[in-house]
Design a protein around this ligand. Sequence first.
Ligand code: HEM
Length: 428
Amino acid sequence: MSTATRPTQPIFDQEPDAMRCPYPHYARLRHEAPVFHDTEHDIYVVTRHADIERVNTAPRLFSSQNPMGPTVSGAVAAVGRALSDATPEFAERVRVVMSRGDVLFTQDPPDHTRHRRILAKAFTPRSVTRIEPRIRELCHGLVDGFAVSGDPGEVDLVPAFCSPAPVQALATLLGVPVEKSGDFARWADAINAAIGTTMTDEALLATLETQIEFWTFFENEIADRERDPGDDLLSAIVRARDEGDEPLTRNEMVGFCSQFIGAGADTTTKLIASFVLMLCENPDLMAQVRSRPEELPRYLEEALRLESPVQGLFRVATEDTELGGVAIPAGAHVWVVYASGNRDEEVFDAPESFDPDRAHLRSHQAFGHGPHSCIGAPLARSVARIAVEVLLERLDDIALAEPGFVPRYDPSYVMHGMQRLPLTFTAR
Ligand code: HEM
């Protein structure tokens, strides 16, 4: 066994070109040091598909207690410092909010298994298909906001469409008025602010105030459903029980909502924007998608593989172990780079090319793998498909508004997506 470290450029540099296109760097790691100890950040970077599966299917050995990685641990420490003068009540509120209800993402078996088992009774595929007509209406409403029938137009698609569509879908699913979706977007930003990037203590505290506002809103919503249940996901969560399981606590229920909004809004936004950019950059692809609309789910699967909104997440080794011949000590952070597994030539032929007809189309790891794999994948797939269907139905001649447009990506090594997408079009 070796403790291989090689002089490869650290992966966490937030340099714009690397943010936009980290793939050559991942490929180098896959070939030269597939389990790479980045000594500068003391993180083990896992880039091959098979090794990622090994990590993700051993949740007791590779714990999810800190899946968002070192910047979030840094944020927790910073909050501790910043709260030294706070009242005990405020400090306790912050602790609850930061724990996100101690559910799902940050939990290991057996608690994690209990959460998934209970949630499987509420967050069913039917709960998603049931709201699809409403998601379509909402997407049309968003296009109405920037397109006038028969006229040419111009829009920055990210704020006008890619961002609100998933948030409005989530509000609908949970049973909260769509008018609250502006707040949802703010809350989602606050929940995710510390992931994959660094923040000042002041900025961090501001996000906590916003998260407390979110937490209070959902505590009240859940209390309402307990008194007067409806047919939405929140009511189903309140009702969900599994024989022999402890009932969910109020904090666990709000924690689910916090994770749905934190994990479900921005990710789906990034998928829609990346796919529309691909269509604009490749007119043949645009023509193919327009001529094979029933195949859209396959095209979106390839977009997920090639431009994964979540590039990778973290695990912590619970004991001394070994992966790919590299010794990993107990307590080490391990970064499973899903976006690299998605271009692993051992699994995908010609991994750099866009091929919706490829074998193993759904073997990508864009939704993770194993017990923590994305619980919202059916919703993400529905929202992205309906959003693109509506755009293509309503708009012709979709093109980039700025010649030579180079998208600017969020400065995060976890989340991958562009900040703006200015387009021109002719509205039907
Ligand atoms: C394109 C959109 C999406 C992408 C790329 C994505 C990606 C992921 C990934 C990679 C994981 C694995 C986490 C890990 O390995 O620790 C995950 C888990 C999760 N996702 Fe998604 N997601 C998307 C949409 C959604 C939506 C719409 C929701 C909710 C409504 C959602 C809720 C969650 C939750 C709660 C988990 C944690 C599951 C657990 O730990 O058991 N995601 N997602």
